[in-house]
Design a protein around this ligand. Structure first.
Ligand code: SF4
Ligand code: SF4
Ligand SMILES: [Zn+2]
Length: 140
């Protein structure tokens, strides 16, 4: 699967989502139609936003309303609960491109013990259960 396709329009990296990383009934990510996608994600107002029907753009940062209230709300929830910011992700993608972002993410979310992919929604590695310690991002 194209890893870049795992970055949702809101900036969420579906590759670190519990629904993508779990072994059963895996979700294939926001941009891939699949039966195991959560109802919440399927009905997501960001993914289904009218802006994407009027443009070739695939990310919110090109929208005149960016960051809109809905995106800010999602971002705030993730910052508080999971120490991750979709808006920051989008700014990085805009600045350096998707490929570079995916590269940075693969380092940021790598388990230091087993090398597995860390899940944003869990405080421990799903593979080896080591406590999650995130690599600090370099200042941009
Ligand atoms: S559940 Fe949502 S956030 Fe998680 S992988 Fe699927 S589309 Fe992405
Ligand atoms: S930032 Fe723009 S494209 Fe993204 S959800 Fe908000 S209104 Fe839609
Ligand atoms: Zn691990």
């Amino acid at each position: 699967m194209n890893r870049q396709a795992l970055i949702a329009p809101c900036g969420m990296n579906c590759g670190i989502c519990l629904a993508y990383l779990r072994s059963k009934n895996r979700c294939g990510g926001c941009r891939n139609e699949n039966e195991h996608k959560s109802v919440h994600c399927d009905k997501c107002v960001i993914k289904n936003c009218g802006f994407f029907k009027t443009t070739n753009s695939i990310f919110c940062y090109d929208c005149d309303h960016f960051p809109c209230a809905r995106l800010k709300q999602l971002d705030k929830r993730y910052q508080l609960k999971y120490h991750m910011s979709m808006i920051e992700n989008l700014q990085m993608i805009k600045q350096s491109g998707q490929e570079s972002f995916v590269q940075t993410e693969s380092i940021r979310w790598k388990c230091m013990k087993c090398g597995g992919v860390l899940c944003v929604h869990r405080a421990y590695c799903l593979k080896c259960e080591e406590e999650k310690k995130l690599v600090q991002k370099s200042a941009h």
